[in-house]
Design a binder for this molecule. Structure first.
Ligand code: ADP
Ligand code: ZN
Length: 213
């Protein structure tokens, strides 16, 4: 089974991808995570990607598509996957189709722009394992350290307020048109992002149940 998660930055795609993975065994794949790992490892692609990420812009299609192709060849993708953060524009969606990949459902997670700003600006991430927290809604029990690995919690460069606004602008301009694209393919399911992870997960469960995946 292959699922695409659509939705603005901060809609909770990463968390729900993890949840769906636990329920179905499909592998969660986040292009944001893949790109950040490349940046951290200092690969040529990573170095080139960094300026785009930090500015809240999309990394060029060729780069992301290449990284995704490689990832999808790995063994753990054989029994299905959940794409979080890809495709992010129409040309990436067409690239996926050109690769011969048929997705089963596309779940669009709706969230208000004002909630996005609040969520992302308060988000903290572990600089070691990538676990996410929020200063108000999900603080770490270990204060400034990660509960899971004792790594240091930091604010992502692109979670700074002016960059969050730019990411939202890019989302509306480039990613939102995908809603119509997948609706036309009768693959689209729409749900709301709730303030709690559990309520949002229930929305996801309802969709998975209806789709019998
Ligand atoms: P969010 O969904 O919260 O914005 P991600 O971790 O998915 O966070 O993405 C962070 C950044 O990585 C994006 O702002 C963009 O620069 C880059 N990125 C991730 N996925 C893609 C993609 N499919 N195409 C282009 N850039 C991407
Ligand atoms: Zn950690």
């Amino acid at each position: 089974m292959r699922i695409i998660l659509l939705g603005a930055p901060g809609a909770g795609k990463g968390t729900q991808a993890q949840f769906i993975s636990e329920k179905t065994g499909a592998t969660p794949i986040s292009t944001g995570k893949i790109i950040r790992a490349a940046v951290k490892n200092g690969t040529p692609a990573g170095l080139a990607a960094k300026e785009y990420i930090d500015a809240g812009r999309l990394v060029p299609d060729e780069m992301v598509i290449e990284m995704l192709k490689e990832r999808l060849c790995e063994d753990d993708c054989k029994d299905g996957y959940i794409l979080d953060g890809f495709p992010r524009n129409i040309s990436q969606a067409l690239a996926l189709e050109k690769m011969g990949i048929e997705v089963d459902i596309v779940i669009d997670i709706l969230v208000f722009d004002s909630d996005v700003v609040e969520r992302l600006c308060g988000r903290r991430v572990c600089n070691n394992c990538g676990a996410t927290y929020h200063v108000e809604t999900k603080p770490s029990l270990k204060g400034k350290l990660c509960e899971l690995c004792d790594g240091t919690l930091i604010t992502r460069e692109d979670d700074k307020p002016e960059i969050v606004l730019e990411r939202l602008r890019v989302y509306h301009a480039e990613t939102e048109p995908l809603i119509r694209h997948y609706n036309a393919q009768i693959k689209l399911r729409t749900m709301r992002s709730f303030p709690t992870i559990e309520d949002t997960a229930n929305g996801v469960l309802a969709i998975l149940g209806e789709s019998a995946v």
